[in-house]
Design a protein around this ligand. Sequence first.
Ligand SMILES: Cc1cc2nc3c(=O)[nH]c(=O)nc-3n(C[C@H](O)[C@H](O)[C@H](O)COP(=O)(O)OP(=O)(O)OC[C@H]3O[C@@H](n4cnc5c(N)ncnc54)[C@H](O)[C@@H]3O)c2cc1C
Length: 320
Amino acid sequence: MNESYDAIIIGSGIGGAAVGGLLAHAGYKTLVLEKNAFIGGRCTSYQKDGFTVDVGVHLFGVADKGSLGDVCRRIGTPDAIDWVTIEKPILRVGNERKKYSRANMIGTMPQAESDKLASIFIKISQMTEDEIDRLWYVPLDQWVNQYTTHPQAHDFFDMINGQYFCVELNVASTAEFIRCFREVLAARSSAYPKGGCIAIPRAYLAAVERHGGKVMTKAGVDKVLVENKTAVGVRLKDGREFRAPIIISNADIKATVSDLVGTDHFPADYVNRIQNLTWSYHAIGLKVGLAEKITGDQLLMYRPYAKEEGEDRKGKLSPG
Ligand SMILES: Cc1cc2nc3c(=O)[nH]c(=O)nc-3n(C[C@H](O)[C@H](O)[C@H](O)COP(=O)(O)OP(=O)(O)OC[C@H]3O[C@@H](n4cnc5c(N)ncnc54)[C@H](O)[C@@H]3O)c2cc1C
């Protein structure tokens, strides 16, 4: 088989689905190929015993008012996702309960430290795009150290940064952190999509089909076809081939460079950089379905403040 498209996207994760929806809406005949039997990658859900179970992601810090909502607006279906907004998130610090807010988290620190953190947030809110761009390769811990080296302040950044990127402060990009932090502050729209997280890729991929494109599951790509130094198509594991002048990979960068395209097609220093990338945290999530509701809280964040107590927070369970 040799079908032609304007654009082929490898993977139906939230990234691939969003790009697919945007391209299809812009008039590109788009094909999305997903190796799994289900769409969404880490942003997916399944039904079990009357419960909707999210596989990976379960809460979005920037929902309707941020980039996720922007995609819906740009593909012409602003209300395609029905969001449940988190109105009153609760923070438990040790045994104390408060509203989950940056002010309350900062308030748990010594006065001198909370003043320093407040000045960091003012700095972040006032930085120009050029100033931020100069910080792409500055590790976040190094940048924070200019203002404070207090372990509780680092713990605070560690908690926010961990939620964004799942990496330690010393490998997080300061510019990337600041950009995300500013988007979260501007949007203030933590929310959960009704119907489970799969509702998001489903809304985006519906646009692909609405505009004459196709979404195929159980369609793992084995190779990106390269001719004259240009990606021209893909071959699936079952041998089928599809062609397009635009090939976008939503698979991870290592698999894309090493397996799908092949290292011969990239400069050696780039290949070296990609091959030296390491995986971020490993974690185990436990999801429990309850027969009855035990709390009116929509969201409960638990912060043991272990470092203050002389223990290491990492490796401990922090039920959320
Ligand atoms: C346990 C967990 C909890 C999380 N919690 C949150 C949270 O609360 N809030 C939040 O904002 N984020 C959270 N995240 C992060 C968020 O889920 C991810 O950042 C996001 O879903 C990644 O989307 P993606 O499109 O980049 O990649 P992926 O979801 O990984 O999508 C990649 C897709 O490509 C497909 N693919 C790969 N190779 C091929 C191939 N050769 N052929 C065809 N298809 C292929 C994969 O099957 C997959 O569907 C969490 C992640 C995990 C794992």
